[in-house]
Write a protein that binds this ligand. Structure first.
Ligand code: ADP
Length: 450
């Protein structure tokens, strides 16, 4: 019998998980670093435990500290949220070994998806379309490497099997630079990820980032909940997302969605997850799967009407999904702006005390935040302070609501990227829909900083 859930995270997602747990009648246990003593999710939790000093490596990233807190508080389950230990297979395994329900897939699924070559192989096998290129690592033989790259056709991208966070990748334009690039990437991968395996695939020059949200239970049921477009990125970091991805053929999206659910069943995936694709010229190409809840999950909650976080906990507890695929209807359009405490010009984090924090409201507006006036943004963690989500019956109406919401928002004490978001929602390319992953960086380079 599961009665309590320990939330191994902080910030807005800790609060979001706490709300979902409460809706299921679970007692909530917060763990926090010394820097988060006064955080909102800590104050609102049924129990709270300090697990260490401010640096994440000694608190939120310390599995032993979290497991000890779980034991001390008699927790029955652990939710890792996103970031921190959420995609750490060893941690999932340790939770299970300690008799705790881990809210997420089992360690085996996390391990497969954490190795990009293994993930690509598993996806191909399940019929999920992948970027052209072999689903095995590159050999050492230079002639064989040249042959593989030539077969794909330049430009190609070399990627570390163990890579993540946008690191361990190198684009190669022609055969002349191939072997040097491979040696460099291999050495970097060995040092950064402890895994020298490199694979190669076609480099797509102007793709969109389109992803599919899935939800799967322990009883062989898997659902896809629609698409999201997360092409607006800076340095591979998502800035503003929307659901569904605009301008795509619904039949194609449904076909890819079905393949994703098939893959879930094939690998025994349980929980909320996301299949990330590059989309170019009408073709979806799988790049990776995130085996956890994502920052941008709310836009899919708005457009599908499904509480993804609550369902994620339910399926972890062994309950079957109660919704069928044919009962999921797309309800309008939604956007999410990630509001970060950062300088809008230099993008440098801007920690400090928040003196004013006015968030928008009105029809279709949702704000997921852990901030209140007088709260502190510590310098140790991610700078996300709020997510402003706008939902409407059509893309145009959702966008209009978003514009009004952004005009109402006021944050003082720390700098934020609100000016950047206000600029994006007036950008003609973005308003038209369907921009590629380079659009935001081009917009930023275009001078005329608002
Ligand atoms: P990570 O796990 O480090 O985030 P991904 O495989 O998700 O790595 O790739 C990160 C980003 O790198 C993608 O969002 C895309 O911008 C770029 N990228 C990756 N593979 C390709 C490719 N084959 N062609 C073009 N861009 C790519």
């Amino acid at each position: 019998m599961v009665r309590s859930l320990l939330i191994a995270n902080r910030g807005e997602i800790a609060l979001r998980i706490q709300r979902a747990a409460r809706s299921l009648g679970l007692a909530t246990i917060a763990v926090h670093s010394e820097a988060d003593r006064d955080a909102r999710h800590v104050a609102l939790a049924d129990k709270a435990v300090c697990i260490g000093p401010a640096p994440a490596a000694r608190s939120y990233l310390d599995p032993a500290a979290i497991l000890l807190a779980a034991e001390a508080t008699g927790a029955d389950a652990v939710h890792p949220g996103y970031g921190f230990l959420s995609e750490n297979a060893d941690f999932a395994e340790s939770c299970a070994a300690a008799g705790l329900v881990f809210v997420g897939p089992d360690a085996q699924a996390i391990r497969i998806m954490g190795d990009k070559v293994a993930a690509k192989r598993a996806m191909r096998r399940a019929g999920v379309p992948c970027v052209p290129g072999p689903d095995t690592g590159l050999p050492d033989d230079p002639d064989a490497v040249r042959r593989v790259a030539a077969e794909i056709g330049y430009p190609v991208i070399l990627k570390a099997a163990g890579g993540g966070g946008g690191r361990g990748m190198r684009v190669v334009d022609g055969e002349a630079g191939l072997l040097d690039a491979l040696a460099l990437t291999r050495e970097e991968a060995r040092r950064a990820f402890g895994n020298p395996e490199i694979y190669v695939e076609k480099f797509l020059t102007r793709p969109r980032h389109v992803e599919i949200q899935v939800l799967a239970d322990r009883h062989g049921n898997a659902l896809w909940l629609g698409s999201r477009d997360c092409s607006l990125q800076r340095r591979h970091q998502k800035v503003l997302e929307e659901a569904p991805a605009p301008g795509l053929d619904p039949a194609l999206v449904a076909e890819v969605g079905e393949r994703c659910t098939q893959a879930c069943r094939q690998i025994g995936y349980v929980g909320a997850g996301t299949f990330e694709f590059l989309y170019e010229d009408g073709v979806f190409s799988f790049i990776e799967m995130n085996t956890r809840v994502q920052v941008e999950h709310p836009i899919t909650e708005e457009t599908s009407g499904i509480d993804i976080v609550r369902e994620g906990i339910r399926v972890a507890l062994g309950h079957p999904l109660t919704i069928r695929q044919d009962e999921i209807v797309a309800r309008g359009h939604a956007f999410e702006c990630r509001i970060n405490a950062e300088d809008p010009e230099t993008f440098r984090p801007s920690p400090g005390w928040v003196t004013r924090f006015d968030m928008p409201g009105g029809p279709g507006i949702r704000v997921d935040t852990h901030m209140v006036p007088g709260a502190r943004v510590p310098p140790y963690y991610d700078s996300l302070i709020a997510k402003i989500i706008a939902h409407g019956p059509t893309r145009e109406e959702a966008l209009m609501r978003l514009r009004i919401a952004l005009s109402e928002a006021r944050v003082e004490g720390v700098a934020t990227n609100l000016p950047l978001h206000r600029r994006i929602v007036d950008d003609p390319g973005f308003c038209a829909g369907g921009v590629d992953i380079h659009h935001l960086e081009k917009l930023l380079k275009g001078g005329d900083h608002a």
